[in-house]
Design a protein around this ligand. Sequence first.
Ligand code: ZN
Length: 669
Amino acid sequence: MMNRFLALIVMAMLSLSIEAKAQSNEWIVDRFDDIKVLRYEVPGFEDLTLKEKLLVYYLGEAAKSGRDILYDQNFKYNIAIRRTLETLYKSIAERETKDFYAFEKYLKKVWFANGIHHHYSNDKFQPEFTEGWLREQLKKHLDNSTRLMPDNLLCAILFDPELYPSRLDQTAGVDVILSSANNYYENLTQAEVEAYYAALATVHADDPTPISYGLNSKLMRSDNGTITELVWRVGGMYSPAIEQIVYWLEKAATVANFMQRRIINTLIDYYRTGDLRTFDLYNILWVSDNSSKVDFVNGFIETYGDPLGRKASWESIVNFRDERACRRTELLTEYAQWFEDNAPIDPAYRKAKVKGVSAKVITAAMLGGDCYPATPIGINLPNADWIRKEHGSKSVTIDNITYAYDKAAEGNGFMEEFVLREEDRERMRLYGKLTDDLHTDLHECLGHGSGQLAEGTKGDELRTYYSTLEEARADLFALYYLGDQKMVKIGLIPNQEAAWANYAKYIMNGMMTQLARIEEGKDVQESHMRNRKLIAEWCYEHGKQDNVIEIVERMGKKYVVVNDFQKLRNLFGELLREVQRIKSEGDYAAGSALVERYAVKINPELHREVLERYNALHIEPYSGFVNPEYSLVEDEEGKIIDVKLSYPRSYIQQMLGYGEDYSFLPNEN
Ligand code: ZN
């Protein structure tokens, strides 16, 4: 396309100023396309005991060992493609060419997305180097041992836009299984997959503690026509990588405390058997451990990558508690029952007794799988509804990550461009970080955990709309309570005005600025983005009579302005009531109507304007991170006496290094 080509030509001119900008902010280590890569610091690591440091180290190795799993889950040729591109990257000597420059950028994007489809939009990347150039390099630099797939196949996958165009297609009306390129299903239609799991659900209809059917397996039709599940476990699919994970978990168990040793051993047991009952047991143990300083997530956890929300991608985060910041979340959990009892929802759908809500602020020490390089800023687990109800859930806000985001954004001109009123900008400067963090705390630790299902509702009725509506529910809970006087009373925010900083930003983002992340002509696909648009647009329409939210035009530019924050808060409450009802009753028709009406379609004129204004600022809409590095320090006798932490500054070096040291799966699985 024209703008891509032009971009290449002006790249040389731009690169100077971009580099100058990059150097001016020490938190940014790389930038390319729509991505910037940041680094994060791990304050407090030095203060851990040797055992805790070793636990971080071993769990960190386990976190890196599953990297290939995610590549393969995202698309079955991803590992072979990545290896081929890395071989070329290391072999090509002539690097001062336009094609090589574009090739390097493409490879950086593949690393970032853990595959050839964009991590957020799910669309396949379009190479900006030519097919002729690539074929020449393949011929020149590959031999029998390094050629992992036929050149023709590789080129077809990379260059043919019709082939595997989307990793995750949720367009209404299409067969989401057939049209999604991910590797969770093979030779099956959506109807067949749905029938397969519906049959399982019928058999186990009376089970009060249902396992998460299909969570850790690939479902496929084999050549003889039977449908089988290939379970991800030692001895099953992805065994070589899982064996490595288990190896490091075993090491971790040797330095863990009594409770954690039991947790880790149960996880190992699950990886060995693939038994989802054992995974549930692991989750129950894990959620009850609130006292260990070091904690971790490791497993097949989130289901955003499966259009049917059943198969989980592999991920890991190693972290430890940030004691000082934890006071914030302790206060929230102290009042958890009060928040539940006062939620603006049908009393029938409130939890009578909020159980085991725990929330903490953590410092991330290692990111892996689906948390790397793009990473969440908050997590609430486990996902199984019955475990949450019986045993509670654990919520974390990752403070060193949000801190790095904040630092990297300083002085980028975004607020000046998109926030019209100085009073809003001032509030955002004063209370932006505080209320963003609180929003995440409320969303993760109370929002997702709140409410209950009606008798007879199973929880899977909302199907492809579940993720969006569940995120909306958690966000609405957070928004509603952020503006509550209670927050001032218990000392979490200095005054109600602080909440308005978050409201103004949320609405602006939902209606406008988040569109910068979407390519022109495309719909909103990702569930968190859909959720924000749903909330903002719904409030805009329902507050129109009172002019609660207004689109103001100044000098040819549009701005989203909130005129009445109190009324906006009431609208949040109203919508929360409806979304909770939809979840509790499993009302698919109402849920799909809400999402399709408010969350998916973009006004093309507004979209173009946002893209133009955003691009003029040269801010990349997506960020991710390089990991710190840890190394063991030994004394003369070979005894480990310390773990040393360092901060690498090269994204390329880290990715190439991971490709060499943490790549355990065959090209095809
Ligand atoms: Zn969420």
